[in-house]
Design a protein around this ligand. Structure first.
Ligand SMILES: [Zn+2]
Length: 490
């Protein structure tokens, strides 16, 4: 469009401003220019945010998903019904090209028994020791198995005490480090116990492993999560024990020479099943074959309601496109909402997406994931660099009034990791991280623990950022081949 911009700048300067997305747009945000053009990023961001906090539908969608289909673990009935729910929601939001894209997923079931009791000393009067099988664990023999408890806090300690651990039930009791300011850093330093505990335990001849739950809180909610076995290493059962339960058991072991417990689990792995990613789009007005993707993962663990992890990310992604569809304007490039299946215990949906879209990966301008809970947004993390970083920083600055104005290096979640490995720009919505591990993934992760306003601010920020990137005159340059390894599944 020729002429003078609403900021009073000649149009070529407006174009430059749009390219850089920095000063003039920041000015517009500050001055709330009332007559800004329909496609002015600052004006569009303001309208999207206004609409979301006033009349957003993210929370009502989350209530519907979490109360109707709380246990969405891959292969389950709730997961299959959640696919149908997402199709319906995307169509109701007016998205285009709404469809299912096939993937094959594991089908592990928890069973009904998760029991841990102290056998010796018989006089021990311990409060119950709440446990949950870790995802992927084998069962114990029916009736359970018994073993002495050996408590270790590091792999070095396990090595040193290998003879003692033989035939024992290990308690892997290294807490998340409370001196880490970022809980995700603390999680990263402890979660190896959950992932490889059964393998390391089996290598020293342990019968089973109990893993201290991955949370900074001291409470009686065990937190499940993924674990793995290695080919050629005996499979032994693995369960998470609540942090308070781990403290009680470790104290008993300190007080008595020999503590014996009985553990029973009846979980099992069934044959793989066919499942789907759910996809919907807003077709771009000028470059429909270039994509800005927003998404979350539709599967969730089978305890709680999968509200923060990751029902919140799913409804924010649908809501982001619903908002754009409802308010317009349609951006230059296409927006695509992807709800991935099987993030929690396999990442099969993310890998299937990459394979199915191999021919257009170089036209994925940016892929944004929301998978850190529905808390108040603080900003975004990205692997983008150079000019792409500058453009994203300019856009992020527009989101400061809603609290989401920071841009951090690093980012992208588990589901975006295959696309990052393929050389794409990825990004992750970064909400306040303080309480995420209070809920993830435990019986506490319920919709009533998500604040509607915080969820809405995140959805608005996601919509705004995606729209601005889809509207940029030039596509973001792709990063140089990534050196970053894919993040661990959360
Ligand atoms: Zn997640």
């Amino acid at each position: 469009m020729r002429g003078t911009s609403t900021l009073g700048l000649p149009s070529h300067l407006t174009a430059l401003a749009a390219l850089l997305f920095i000063a003039p747009l920041g000015l517009a945000a500050q001055t709330q220019t009332p007559s800004a053009s329909q496609n002015d990023p600052a004006e569009v961001v303001r309208r999207l945010m206004d609409e979301e906090v006033a009349r957003g539908e993210a929370y009502s969608m989350l209530q519907e998903l979490c109360t109707g289909l709380p246990h969405r673990l891959s292969g389950s009935e709730d997961a299959a019904n959640a696919e149908a729910w997402a199709l319906k929601r995307m169509r109701a939001a007016g998205l285009q090209n709404v469809r299912l894209e096939e993937c094959t997923v594991p089908h592990w079931v928890r069973g009904r028994i998760a029991r841990l009791g102290v056998v010796t000393p018989a006089e021990a009067k311990l409060a119950p020791l709440p446990i949950l099988a870790l995802g992927g664990s084998i069962a114990t023999p029916p009736g359970g198995l018994r073993g002495r408890v050996v408590v270790v806090r590091s792999w070095d300690e396990l090595k040193t005490r290998a003879a003692e651990a033989r035939g024992a039930i290990l308690l892997l009791d290294r807490p998340m480090d409370p001196t880490e300011h970022d809980p995700f850093e603390a999680y990263g330093k402890a979660v190896d116990q959950r992932g490889r505990g059964a393998v390391e335990g089996a290598k020293v001849g342990a019968k089973a492993v109990l893993v201290r739950s991955m949370t900074l809180r001291l409470d009686d909610f065990p937190h499940t999560g993924a674990m793995h076995y290695d080919d050629g290493v005996t499979k032994i059962p693995a369960a998470a024990i609540s942090t308070a339960g781990a403290e009680r058991l470790a104290a008993l072991v300190r007080a008595h020479a020999a503590v014996e417990v009985e553990l029973e689990l009846d979980c099992k792995e069934l044959p793989d099943v066919t499942a789907h990613n759910v996809v919907g789009e807003i077709v771009g007005r000028e470059r429909p074959d270039e994509f800005v993707v927003v998404g979350g993962h539709l599967d969730a663990w089978d305890v709680g309601e999968g509200a923060h992890d990751d029902g919140a990310g799913c409804v924010q992604a649908i809501e982001a496109l619903r908002l754009v569809r409802a308010l317009g304007p349609v951006p230059r490039r296409s927006l695509r909402c992807v709800l991935w299946m099987n993030e929690e215990n396999g990442l099969r949906g993310a890998r299937a997406y990459k394979a199915a879209h191999a021919a257009e990966l170089d036209r994925h301008v940016l892929t944004i994931e929301s998978d850190r809970g529905g808390f108040a947004p603080r900003g975004f993390g990205t692997n983008a660099a150079g000019a792409a970083w500058d453009a994203l920083a300019g856009i992020a600055a527009l989101l400061a009034p809603g609290g989401a104005g920071t841009l951090e290096h690093g980012g992208g979640g588990a589901d975006t990791s295959p696309l990052e490995a393929a050389g794409g720009n990825v990004m992750e919505l970064l909400p306040d991280p303080a309480r995420y591990f209070d809920y993830h993934p435990s019986a506490r992760d319920t919709v009533d623990q998500v604040h509607p306003r915080e969820l809405a601010l995140g959805a608005g920020a996601l919509a705004s950022l995606a729209w601005c990137v889809a509207e940029l005159p030039d596509a973001l340059p792709r990063p140089t081949p990534a050196a970053t390894p894919p993040p661990a599944s959360k």
